[in-house]
Design a protein around this ligand. Structure first.
Ligand code: ZN
Length: 424
């Protein structure tokens, strides 16, 4: 089935970057004024300038649509979220504003463990409904693929429930969900006296059950002070690799504890946060294959110094951006806002910010061959924005720019009627 989109005001395919992730500084992107895009059976058949358009494509097409005045980009990909959870923690936000640190809140029984308690108490149906609503919100903001981690159960039953919800969301919602097991988010209270026994439990019981259910593509570990050390993280991620799951790491967020080096050593698909990455960590990443996933919403919301993005980019380490959507350190659901924060607090260019939430984000979730740019053969996942150029995406702060979102060539969201049309 063919769908034809023509007279696109401005088209950004990111085709100039080829197969791999984009590395190094990107001052600007190639754009096509008056472009077209042809989708065949959900994949890009051709995309380019109307000068090369062939009217024959319209014959027998299921849809022929003109998109004048609109910007078309690849669909946004959020490569790091904790979307499936119950309960909010706005009261902790209020305490933090009065000077209490995130670590102090964790030590007093708040933080992640509070969300663990609420999530353990929630049914699969409740978590599914919460997830569907959150995916709706993401889709309306231009997101077509999202990675979701477990890690608010820290036991067998709840972790598997979270991951089953990920799979159901993927099947039930137009947004594609990449599922990551993150039982090593924190040592749960019942293992407080013997963290090593919890690692044994993760390695010996939970990971095989995740594998048996086919519930996750990736395994992630919070490798930092107060969470899991390098040896524990290595043990968990090696076992996950034996079971066919790729590695991700929450690395060097609170302290420069060697997480980046471990991500490089394991050939992890991504090393995330990296606020306190050491020079040795940067060297290791530069020599490896790992994508650096930066979360500027989290450093903004926690009021801490952001990740050294330019140092990573200057060393040709591919950089992606994510929201880190979670109820504590960053309840940010709008990935385009992460682009703005990426520009303002990490000093990315608008071009680098768009690549970071599309092509490089696709590589950070192992989907670089299928999504992230509008190259021939990739899925026709794209967004039509009501703005003239990609520089408007990080610039137009907090506004509503999405005109329509297309998944596999089909519209899955269109902007509702303008309020002015509802006047009686
Ligand atoms: Zn996270």
């Amino acid at each position: 089935m063919r769908r034809v989109f023509k007279h696109i005001g401005r088209l950004v395919t990111l085709g100039e970057f080829g197969e791999g992730p984009a590395r190094g500084p990107i001052p600007q992107l190639v754009t096509v004024a008056d472009g077209f895009l042809v989708a065949e059976d959900g994949r890009i058949r051709r995309a380019g300038s109307m000068r090369d358009y062939e009217p024959g494509w319209e014959e027998g097409a299921a849809e022929v649509r003109s998109l004048p005045g609109l910007l078309v980009t690849p669909g946004l990909i959020d490569p790091h979220t904790h979307t499936v959870f119950a309960g909010w923690r706005a009261d902790e936000f209020a305490r933090r504003l009065q000077g209490v640190s995130y670590q102090e809140i964790m030590a007093s029984g708040g933080g992640i463990l509070r969300t663990v308690a609420a999530t353990r108490a929630a049914s699969e149906e409740e978590l599914f409904e919460l997830g569907m609503n959150r995916l709706d919100q993401m889709l309306r903001r231009g997101v077509t693929t999202v990675e979701i981690k477990s890690g608010y159960g820290l036991d067998l039953d709840t972790e598997l429930r979270q991951l089953r919800v990920n799979r159901r969301l993927d099947r039930s919602h137009p947004v594609d969900v990449v599922s990551t097991y993150m039982g090593a988010h924190l040592v749960p209270p019942e293992y407080r006296a013997s963290p090593e026994a919890y690692v044994d439990f993760v390695v010996g019981e939970v990971l095989p059950a995740v594998r048996a259910g086919g519930l996750a593509e990736f395994c992630d570990v919070f490798c930092d002070a107060g969470a899991f050390d390098l040896d524990q993280a290595r043990r968990i991620l090696r076992r996950a690799a034996e079971l066919g799951m790729g590695a991700k790491l929450h690395a060097d967020e609170l302290e420069g504890s060697g997480g980046a080096e471990l991500a490089a050593e394991l050939g992890a698909i991504s090393g995330d946060h990296l606020l306190r990455v050491s020079e040795a960590g940067v060297e290791a990443l530069a020599a490896g294959v790992t994508v650096a996933v930066l979360l500027p919403g989290t450093s903004f919301f926690l009021r801490v110094a952001p990740a050294p993005a330019r140092r990573l980019i200057d060393r040709a380490i591919p950089v992606a951006l994510a929201t880190d959507f979670n109820p504590g350190s960053c309840p940010l659901i709008d990935l385009r806002m992460a682009m703005t924060l990426g520009c303002v607090s990490l000093n990315l260019t608008p071009a680098e910010a768009l690549v970071a939430v599309t092509l490089n984000a696709a590589h950070a979730v192992g989907q670089g061959a299928a999504i992230g740019s509008l190259r021939e053969g990739k899925y026709a996942d794209f967004v039509a924005w009501s703005c003239p150029d990609y520089t408007h995406l990080p610039y137009f702060l907090g506004s509503d720019l999405v005109e329509a979102v297309y998944k596999r060539g089909q519209a899955v969201f269109r902007r509702p009627q303008p309020c002015s049309s509802l006047r009686t």
